[in-house]
Design a binder for this molecule. Structure first.
Ligand code: SF4
Length: 169
């Protein structure tokens, strides 16, 4: 089972292109200035079977969509469930671009098997002293937009460059 709070069918602010965004419930961090404080309680949200959740998201995909983003909350506190969701999604549609937002750093979670299904990871907690509204797809300058495949291959962070974000698809 996985717990989520909301699904946005057409988002252009949670990664490149038009995306389905899933907001998972629960985050233990309590960052000052959190963009989604209602998603912090671990006991909130709705529970659903992983395969049903994957189907729910896949059914919102149109030819105009580039991918699916998982935000929160903290997706990685439901890592096992998210692994099953992503495995199913990638099996059904391997070309979908998967972004995941997390308060963990890449270095803290790079051994987790679910990362192999993630294309882009936006990592690190929101730090209000480093808040910068001009940054694309993240709230504070400590957060990195990471190209996960090359990062796993090289064993160190490879950031996705902002020029890559110019095209909507
Ligand atoms: S990690 Fe994200 S969701 Fe969690 S408290 Fe911080 S800003 Fe909010």
């Amino acid at each position: 089972m996985i717990k989520y709070s909301d699904i946005v069918g057409e988002s252009m602010v949670d990664g490149t292109g038009i995306r389905v965004t899933a907001f998972l419930q629960g985050c233990p961090r309590s960052c000052e200035g959190c963009h989604n404080p209602t998603l912090q309680p671990l006991e909130g949200g709705m529970e659903i079977e992983e395969k049903d959740f994957a189907m729910l998201l896949l059914n919102k995909i149109t030819p105009l969509h580039k991918g699916i983003t998982f935000s929160g909350g903290e997706p990685f506190i439901q890592g096992e469930a998210l692994y099953k969701v992503l495995r199913y999604i990638k099996k059904e549609n391997p070309h979908l671009d998967i972004w995941v937002y997390t308060g963990f750093t890449f270095e803290e979670i790079q051994e987790l098997p679910l990362l192999k299904f993630v294309d882009v990871l936006v990592d690190g907690p929101f730090i209000i002293e480093k808040k910068d509204l001009a940054l694309p797809f993240r709230g504070s300058s400590n957060q990195r937009i990471i190209d996960v495949g090359p990062s796993l291959k090289e064993g160190k962070v490879v950031e996705a460059y902002e020029e890559c974000f110019a095209s909507p698809r």
